[in-house]
Design a protein around this ligand. Structure first.
Ligand code: ATP
Ligand code: MG
Length: 342
C-alpha cells in the first residue's frame, strides 16, 4: 500500500490544449509529478466530451491523441503518471448510476459553471441530459481513484464542491467511509486560474476558439499575439493606456518569470503614462511566451512522429486505471449491499 497522496485530474478531448490549460492545470500537474510525493492519475475525459459533442465522435477520437501529445510535450511522464482514457473504464459510468440517486435536479441547476456553459453553448431547455449531469460523472472519476487532490482551473471549483457533497451523502447514506473527500488545488497566481481569451473574453476555451495552442507554430503564435485585445482607447502611442483588462499585460503577469519582473513593471508604468505602443508590448510578450512554449512545441513535433508509442502509453495507463476503479466499485457495491454473490 502506498501512503502517497492520490491526485486525479484531466481534460476533455474536444481539441488541442491551449496555454490556459497549461497555466491553469497542466503545469501544476507536471510539478506535482516531478516532486515525487504523489500517485498521479490523468484522465482524458472522452465520455464527458461526448456530452456536448455526441455527433462528432471523430473529433473526440482525434483529440485524444492530440491531448496526449500535449501532455507528454509539457512534461507528463508515463513512467510516473498514469494517463488513461475515461471510456475504457466502464466502472466510472456504473458509479455515476449510484451517485445520481444522491443528487437532486435542483442542486444540478445551481452549479454556476454548468449554468454558464449551458448559456454559452446556447442549449437552453435542449441541454443534453448527459451534459447536465456531468458534474456527477466527474465525481465518479475523482472518487474511483480515491483522489485526495485535484489540480484544476478556477472554473472547476463547483465540481469539486459537488464531489465533496456526493462523498458525504454516500458515506452517510451507506454508513461507510469508502469514499474520500477531495480537495481542489488551484494556481497560486489568480490570473492563471482562469486565463482570459485573446479576445478578452472571460475564459480561454477550446470551444470559444480564442486561444494559443501548445501545438501552434511560431508564426501562428506571433499572429495571435499581434491581434490580442489591449486597451481600445489607446489609439495613439502618446495616449495614456490602461493595463487592467489589457490582455498583453494580463499574460505578462501570468507568463513572466522573476527575471522579467523588472522589465514588466517598467513597461506597465510607461504604458500608463503614455508613449509606449501596443506593438512593442506585444513583441515583448511574444518573447516571454516563446521561452516557455518553444521547448514544448519542439518536443511535441518529435513525439508526433511515433503515434504507436502514444497508443501504447494510453493502453497501459487505461489497464492500470481500470484495476484501481474496479476495486473502488467493488467496495462501493459492498457498502450498498449489492455484493449478492459474495
Ligand atoms: P471545453 O470548452 O471543451 O470545455 P476547455 O477549454 O474548458 O474546453 P477543459 O477540458 O474543460 O477545457 O478543461 C480542462 C482543465 O483546464 C480544467 O482543469 C480547467 O479548469 C482548466 N482550464 C480550462 N480553461 C482554462 C483557462 N482559460 N484558464 C485556466 N484553466 C483552464
Ligand atoms: Mg471546460
Amino acid at each position: 500500500m502506498t501512503s502517497k497522496k492520490i491526485v486525479l485530474t484531466g481534460d476533455r478531448p474536444t481539441g488541442k490544449l491551449h496555454i490556459g490549460h497549461y497555466v491553469g492545470s497542466l503545469k501544476n500537474r507536471v510539478l506535482m509529478q516531478n516532486a515525487g510525493d504523489y500517485e498521479m492519475f490523468v484522465m482524458i475525459a472522452d465520455q464527458q466530451a461526448l456530452t456536448d459533442h455526441a455527433r462528432e465522435p471523430e473529433k473526440i477520437r482525434q483529440s485524444v491523441t492530440e491531448v496526449t501529445l500535449d501532455y507528454l510535450a509539457a512534461g507528463l511522464n508515463p513512467e510516473k503518471t498514469t494517463i488513461f482514457i475515461q471510456s475504457q473504464i466502464p466502472e466510472l459510468a456504473e458509479l455515476t448510476m449510484y451517485y445520481m440517486n444522491l443528487v437532486s435536479v435542483a442542486r444540478l441547476h445551481r452549479n454556476p459553471t454548468v449554468k454558464t456553459e449551458i448559456d454559452q453553448k446556447g442549449f437552453g431547455e435542449g441541454v443534453p441530459a448527459g451534459f447536465f449531469v456531468y458534474p456527477v460523472s466527474q465525481a465518479s472519476d475523482i472518487t474511483a481513484f480515491k483522489a485526495d487532490l485535484v489540480p484544476v482551473g478556477a472554473d472547476q471549483k463547483p465540481m469539486i464542491e459537488q464531489t465533496r457533497e456526493i462523498v458525504r451523502s454516500f458515506n452517510n447514506a451507506y454508513n461507510t467511509d469508502v469514499l474520500v473527500e477531495p480537495d481542489g488545488i488551484y494556481p497560486e497566481n489568480e490570473k492563471s486560474g482562469r486565463l482570459p481569451g485573446l479576445d478578452g473574453n472571460a475564459k480561454m476555451s477550446k470551444s470559444l476558439n480564442n486561444g494559443i495552442y501548445l501545438a501552434d507554430d511560431f508564426d501562428t503564435v506571433r499572429q495571435k499575439v499581434m491581434s490580442m485585445y489591449t486597451d481600445p482607447d489607446h489609439i495613439r502611442i502618446e495616449d495614456a493606456g490602461k493595463i487592467e483588462g489589457n490582455m498583453v499585460f494580463h499574460y505578462l503577469d501570468v507568463f513572466g518569470t522573476e527575471k522579467h519582473a523588472e522589465e514588466i513593471q517598467a513597461m506597465k508604468e510607461h504604458y500608463q503614462r503614455g508613449g509606449l505602443g501596443d506593438v512593442k508590448t506585444k513583441r515583448y510578450l511574444l518573447e516571454v511566451l516563446e521561452e516557455e512554449l518553444r521547448p514544448i512545441r519542439e518536443k511535441r513535433l518529435e513525439l508526433a512522429k511515433d503515434l504507436g508509442e502514444v497508443e501504447r502509453i494510453l493502453k497501459a495507463g487505461s489497464q492500470k486505471a481500470q484495476q484501481v476503479a474496479a476495486q473502488t466499485l467493488s467496495d462501493v457495491k459492498r457498502a450498498m449491499g449489492l455484493d449478492y454473490f459474495g
